[in-house]
Design a protein around this ligand. Structure first.
Ligand code: 2YJ
Length: 271
């Protein structure tokens, strides 16, 4: 699992990439509208009644400069009352509970979760990322029913994506540098495992890249739509020219889905 670095998320607090405009062009929604769809909600949902605490976690490799501030900015842009706790770890969590936070956002080296305190339910980043990038792909493609989609990578995000895309009606294939991992998903979910990654990429124009690697433009099909959460992220000139859309950001899509899905546990309960 790739660890984010400060330079990758540098522009997130100030929304330097203007992700709303990027997504509107590629998929026809803002980040919040995409996250609302991903969480199974409808319409314009007011999230101002939710207080979200972002807790810096020092365990393992420690705090990533700008991480909590980035998560805070993303959740704030959704309209929640969000803040970064002054304490870290258990102290920060305790502070969040004391101050009446409804949602606690926190990440260590292996997990990133949104915890809904009211409902005692968690949403993890692997699911949030897979769901967010699947919704983006579906919207950019004008629906996925009966369409061929390739998932690259059979790790945590890829495994979630395979199930989500299948649920969206896509005809899903999966490839991984370790073929046995893709074959395990074939056995579990009835998707198709493809051993030859390059020919899989060339024969698909709808791709969810859940691997921490890019691929060269020369093997891409003309007019491809690539939804690609993995970092590091780079496409060459040929890839950028051939692609109809490349959907990528270092943190926001997955985090926004986690936060809205977390709030949705409470919203759906109220009916
Ligand atoms: O609080 C902090 O600043 C750090 N403990 C944040 C650590 C962020 N974690 C990662 O980047 C890991 N790769 C886990 C992310 C889960 C992605 N599915």
């Amino acid at each position: 699992m790739t660890r984010l670095t400060s330079d990758l998320i540098e522009g997130v607090p100030d929304d330097k990439m203007d992700l709303d405009s990027v997504l509107r062009r590629a998929c026809g929604t803002t980040v919040k509208q995409m996250a609302i769809q991903a969480a199974g909600l409808e319409g314009d949902v007011d999230l101002s009644g939710f207080r979200a605490a972002c807790v810096p976690i020092t365990s393992g490799l420690g705090v990533i400069g700008g991480f909590s501030e980035s998560v805070n900015a993303i959740v704030g842009r959704l309209g929640m009352d969000s803040y970064v706790t002054s304490g870290t770890d258990v102290q920060g969590f305790s502070e969040a509970i004391r101050d009446g936070a409804d949602i606690v956002m926190m990440a260590d080296d292996t997990m990133f979760i949104a915890y809904n305190v009211r409902e005692g339910r968690q949403t993890n980043n692997s699911w949030g990322t897979a769901m967010g990038y699947s919704v983006c792909l579906r919207n950019a493609a004008g629906g996925l029913e009966g369409k061929k989609v390739l998932v690259i990578g059979a790790g945590f995000v890829g495994t979630e994506a395979v199930q989500i895309l299948k649920g969206m009606g896509a005809e899903v294939s999966v490839t991984d540098i370790v073929p046995e991992k893709a074959e395990a998903l074939q056995a579990r979910f009835g998707v198709k495992a493809l051993r030859d990654k390059d020919s899989a990429i060339s024969s698909h124009s709808l791709i969810l890249n859940a691997a921490p690697a890019s691929f060269p433009g020369r093997i891409m099909a003309e007019g491809s739509i690539v939804s690609t959460p993995g970092v590091p992220h780079q496409f060459d000139d040929e890839g950028r020219r051939k692609a109809k859309a490349i959907i990528h950001d270092p943190l926001e899509i997955g985090t926004a889905v986690m936060a809205v899905n977390s709030a949705a546990f409470t919203i759906k309960k109220k009916g």
